[in-house]
Design a protein around this ligand. Structure first.
Ligand SMILES: [Zn+2]
Length: 682
């Protein structure tokens, strides 16, 4: 299927047409009108009330299998692919331009070095040889701890735990270091601990992958097998000490503040004052710990495992962080393991890996070029207006809530009105001062950028919190709510069809981008977000009885999603996906009400035989159409806090009365819920 977002391409074509008209060749046939809801994508043989997703997207799903180099294919992926191509063309231009400024030199040379596969092949694993040898000569626990920090500072791995500097969740205007559970490779702790067929299969593939990697850095088969066993042993113990993803959703449980010296007393082998100093984190008298029991376990593991086990574990952390930037044997081994987990058939092409790497590492440099070339400023103005409308509609709905007391409503409105809005791209671009790249040393370029980011993060300590910072790059096809900043972000990338198009009718834009706006806003009031106040502090502002009513309603949503499955038997985790499901339900409800104020809604004229209401819900459904490889789907159910596309389409609408009216859904239809069974929250 052709890429869909015609916001900018269409406008380029139109201006060239009028240019031609000036030259006397006046065109009489208007360009073909784009179908924003294309009936060819629907499956009219399915009743909307039986399976709305299938009704809305059935033919699209049938005709758009997952491409070989992907794990899923849907609206987001189509836009991502197009975005990668745009970034590639910017990077190619930057790499070959003769007259370059700093920006084009830095990204152009980075790209050139990453595309130079001959130079990368010639180096093999030379870039990490000296580090491997050093790790292999460790002779004490003190040296292990030193290397745990040293690898991190040099952006060569993140062994045992996570560590970064960010706002203190209970005092968000001040930065504090936080230490989180980590140190494992597999995407979820369950894969180490469970004995179902899929977990066992993934563990076996992981063993093979480990052995292969150790062999690639020169170990013979016997030694490589011993090294692999050491890594698996240590990571399994770490996994055992980790909290589950569902436990991690509790922001109070993961908030444990320690004076630095008190923390050291709980972990005698880990002297946190010394660790912070070596990590270049200065001026911290306290730290936040996500999971204190995990750190205690790490401490005792330092004596429970042999030095040889630790040497292997640290080497592994180095190898796996470096592998994507080494010769093809390493990249291929990475891919074989990805394939075993996700079912992806062929590797992602090098140019595409480079586009996303440079977007990740130098996102503001490439982002500025992206915005200049591909983003229309009018779209930002439209979004600012739409976000304000959605905020006003959300406020009206809060005032009307029948389950919430006035006291809590006042606090909720205060929070809603305090939302900061980040739309399209940042006001000031990050300059990446000090970063230098060369056209002939890919590994060095990656390391330079990663070390720069490390230093950038730790140097925040002691400075005022910068709330203007963005957490996403402009080309990103996504959106975000940050509870600590109480802000919402909509990068330029998502302001495209099927989320948004200037030419589309309001129904489609409200079912798309307005519902996305409402989704992010509702995150401020989901099971996690509601625990943060208007400033962003983790602080309870709810009357007890209102909080209890909210929990009862949220539990209904948990039950609704727990009952849903993929591949017949794999259940959605209602607790893991609760925040996202609440955001979908709230977002869609608010967007529908905002849509009901538009001219299109009031006039009620059909387009292509569809009422405005119908087009709104079809617009929502087409955002979530996708195909996902079965292995990937099984993995995502375990790890992704978002429900699968089919359920994101179908589950929220069964709680929205207007959907029943729009499609005349009646008792007996498979998706029908009685009015008492429908959950209304925001
Ligand atoms: Zn979300």
């Amino acid at each position: 299927m052709k890429v869909q977002h015609h916001l900018l391409i269409a406008s380029v074509l139109l201006s060239s047409v009028s240019f031609a008209a000036d030259g006397g060749k006046k065109k009489t046939t208007p360009p073909e009108k784009k179908k924003y809801i294309d009936k060819a994508n629907m499956d009219a043989s399915v009743k909307p009330g039986d399976n709305f997703y299938q009704y809305a997207n059935g033919n699209w799903v049938k005709n758009n299998p997952v491409p070989a180099s992907r794990t899923r294919w849907g609206s987001f992926d189509e836009l991502r692919q197009e975005s990668s191509k745009r970034l590639q063309s910017l990077l190619e231009a930057a790499a070959t331009a003769t007259d370059r400024d700093r920006k084009t030199q830095v990204i152009g040379d980075f790209y050139k070095s990453g595309m130079d596969s001959l130079a990368i092949e010639a180096k093999g694993y030379e870039p990490i040889k000296a580090d491997l040898e050093r790790l292999n000569s460790i002779t004490s626990i003190a040296e292990i701890v030193h290397e745990v920090v040293n690898l991190r500072v040099n952006a060569l791995g993140s062994p045992l735990f996570g560590m970064n500097v960010g706002p203190d969740r209970k005092n968000v205007m001040v930065y504090i270091p936080s230490i989180g559970q980590g140190g494992t490779t597999l995407p979820d702790r369950d894969y180490y601990l469970k004995d179902d067929a899929r977990s066992v299969k993934i563990r076996e593939a992981y063993k093979t992958y480990l052995q292969k990697m150790f062999a690639l850095v020169g170990e013979n088969a016997t030694t490589a097998a011993v090294s692999a066993a050491s890594v698996l042993k240590i990571e399994t113990t770490l996994a055992n000490a980790q909290m589950s993803r569902i436990e991690m959703r509790d922001p109070n449980k993961t908030y444990n503040k320690f004076a630095v010296n008190d923390l050291s007393k709980t972990t005698p082998y880990l002297n946190w004052a010394a660790i912070l100093k070596e990590a270049k984190i200065n001026g911290a008298d306290s730290v936040l710990v996500g999971n204190p029991a995990f750190l205690k376990k790490v401490n005792s593991m330092l004596t429970e495992y042999s030095l040889n086990d630790w040497r292997s574990y640290l080497r592994w952390n180095l190898i796996r962080s470096a592998a994507p930037y080494l010769s093809h044997e390493f990249v291929d081994a990475d891919f074989e393991f990805t394939k075993a987990q996700t079912g992806q058939k062929v590797p992602t092409p090098r140019w595409e890996r480079m586009s996303s790497l440079i977007d990740r590492m130098l996102g503001d440099m490439i982002g500025e070029l992206y915005v200049e070339k591909y983003f229309k400023p009018e779209a930002k103005a439209y979004m600012v207006n739409l976000v304000n409308n959605m905020q006003a509609t959300f406020a009206e709905r809060i005032k009307r809530l029948d389950w919430m007391s006035e006291a809590t409503k006042q606090k909720a409105l205060e929070k809603l009105n305090a939302f900061a809005k980040k739309i399209a791209y940042p006001d000031k671009w990050r300059s990446y001062e000090g970063i230098e790249t060369t056209p002939d040393n890919f590994f060095k370029n990656v390391k330079t950028c990663a070390v720069w980011f490390y230093n950038y993060n730790v140097s925040k300590m002691g400075k005022p919190v910068d709330r203007s910072e963005w957490g996403m790059t402009p080309p990103t096809i996504n959106a975000q709510y940050s509870p600590s900043n109480n802000d919402i972000t909509f990068p330029a990338g998502i302001l495209q069809f099927p989320f948004f198009d200037f030419g589309a009718d309001d129904a489609v834009n409200y079912g798309g981008i307005a519902a996305v706006i409402g989704h992010e806003m509702t995150h401020g009031f989901d099971d996690q977000g509601r625990q943060f106040d208007a400033v962003g502090n983790l602080k309870d502002w709810w009357q007890k009885e209102d909080a209890d009513k909210f929990k009862t309603k949220a539990d209904e949503v948990v039950k609704q999603y727990d009952a849903l499955t993929v591949q017949d038997t794999i259940h959605v985790q209602g607790r893991l996906t609760l925040g996202e499901n609440l955001a979908d339900l709230g977002g869609l409800s608010i967007a529908y009400e905002a849509f009901s104020k538009t001219k299109q809604f009031k006039e009620g004229k059909k387009i292509d035989g569809l009422t405005p209401q119908q087009r709104f819900f079809l617009g929502w459904a087409q955002v979530w159409r996708n195909n996902t490889l079965p292995d990937t789907e099984a993995q995502l159910i375990k790890t992704d806090p978002h429900s699968p596309g089919i359920h994101r389409t179908n589950a929220p609408i069964t709680n929205i009365d207007a959907w029943y009216e729009a499609f005349d859904v009646k008792p007996g239809d498979k998706m029908y819920k009685t009015p008492e069974q429908r959950t209304h929250i925001w």
